[in-house]
Design a protein around this ligand. Structure first.
Ligand code: SPD
Length: 426
């Protein structure tokens, strides 16, 4: 060993300017580069400057990786410092070059701490070590940055203490974060799907509204819903003989069973038939008039869920519903996803008939804008207000100690603000 450490001073030019301003992408890239190079991450902290630019550092057991970006020049200045010989900083250099889509990069390597110039000193190790970290052993990986779900218009940030799970499945990036305000949180491709502290709003509203309206539901189908919250709520209804759930991604199921067990609690229930396959294909092949209720508990209309927002898919759902069957879908935020919102209600109207489709709302703080919508479409006569069983609803919500849904919310949820009505009537 000729020196203590290797320090590569890096310049990346002609990088993608958007990426150079994306603090989440930059942090994840730096962490990925560190891990790929064989380093052990201790901690990382990143800052997004106003109006633009990112600085951050990943502290690794073998030294650090640091970055400063100038998005307006598509430029990043990076330090890759490793010691110990096991970690190759050039691996990190190549990874980052590709992740930042850099046109070109240059780097110089310096040897840090030339052995020829170093002389060991006498000192008492015990006196210099912090007592607590010594006792605790391996350092815990903590992060003090924010998870941010963003598009080019708005962003929601949640502070977290690190990722408990992170895997790229065949379909999407599956992460579980330990957030400070909302407990454990599942994200798919960087979008919040569910959190321990507000999941009940979504899951109670997507299930109990149709279940306490339909006169006699026996067989229900969930498309998606891999976290298990929708299945858990449906299975509270003892009159349901069978719930079939079709989730495309086994990784989501496994991650939720391990890290979100209170949401995934019913995934092994005896009345649940859980199929890991493509919901589009399942609906296309299912028998006519075979379900009383179909719930589409999808992600947003990007990635693997895109097909679940297509007319062909909804026509299939209509076909497999019994004569008085009901379809309920999560229908995005009328405030945030206006285009998709209008389009899907247009399509539901064409398939089920305009008077058969109803929109209802719920307050979900961790989804973009907090205002979220659900659609209720009836193949037959069951109207969610006229045929809603007030006293059954009251009894049910009390018996199960529901935290959001109750008989008053059931009715109030269908009262729409003017701007939402306008969008639906356009
Ligand atoms: N933007 C978030 C939309 C998420 C809808 N699905 C959530 C799955 C919860 N079971």
């Amino acid at each position: 060993m000729a020196s203590l450490g290797r320090h590569i001073i890096v310049e990346y030019y002609d990088c993608d300017p958007q990426l150079m301003n994306d603090v989440v992408h930059i942090e994840e890239s730096m962490q990925h580069a560190a891990e790929t190079a064989g380093a052990t991450i201790i901690n990382s902290t990143f800052h997004h400057f106003s109006p633009y630019g990112v600085s951050g550092v990943v502290v690794i057991q073998e030294s650090h990786l640091a970055i400063h970006t100038w998005p307006e020049y598509g430029y990043a200045s990076v330090d890759l410092f490793t010691c110990g010989g096991e970690v190759d900083p050039w691996v990190a250099y190549r990874e980052l070059k590709s992740l930042f889509k850099a046109g070109h990069g240059s780097a110089v390597e310096l040897s840090r701490g030339e052995m020829a110039l170093l002389h060991e000193k006498e000192f008492d190790v015990k006196d210099l070590r912090d007592h607590k970290s010594h006792k605790d052993g391996t350092p815990v990986r903590t992060r003090d940055v924010w998870f941010t779900e963003r598009d080019d218009r708005i962003a929601l940030s949640l502070k977290h203490d690190g990722k408990l799970f992170s895997e790229k499945s065949d379909f999407q990036k599956v992460d579980v974060y330990d957030t400070r305000a909302y407990g454990k949180m599942l994200t798919l491709d960087g979008m919040v799907m569910t959190t321990e502290k507000d999941e009940y709003v979504y899951h109670e509203m997507i299930t109990h509204v149709p279940m306490l309206t339909h006169p006699n539901p026996k067989r229900a189908l969930i498309i998606g819903g891999g976290d298990g919250g929708t299945a858990r709520e449906l299975l509270r209804h003892e009159n349901l003989d069978e719930v079939v759930m079709v989730e495309i991604d086994q990784v989501v199921i496994d991650a939720c069973k391990e890290h979100l067990p209170e949401i995934a609690v019913a995934l092994d229930h005896e009345r649940l038939t859980l199929l890991v396959e493509d919901g589009l294909k399942y609906v296309a092949e299912a028998a006519d008039e075979s379900f009383d209720l179909v719930i589409v508990d999808s992600t947003d209309p990007v990635g693997p869920a895109e097909g679940l927002f297509s007319k062909t898919f909804y026509e299939g759902v209509h076909r497999i519903l019994k004569k008085d069957g009901v379809m309920v879908t999560q229908s995005e935020s009328p405030r945030f996803n206006q285009k998709v919102f209008k389009e899907i209600y247009q399509v539901y109207g064409e398939i089920f008939g305009a008077g058969q489709v109803h929109c209802y709302l719920a307050y979900i703080p961790t989804y973009p804008t907090g205002m979220w919508s659900f659609s209720y479409s009836s193949k037959g006569e069951t109207d969610p207000i006229k045929h809603f069983n007030d006293s059954a609803s009251e009894q049910f919500s009390k018996k199960h100690g529901l935290k959001y849904y109750n008989e008053a919310i059931h009715q109030a949820a269908f009262a729409l603000p003017g701007f939402v009505k306008e969008m639906l009537n356009e």
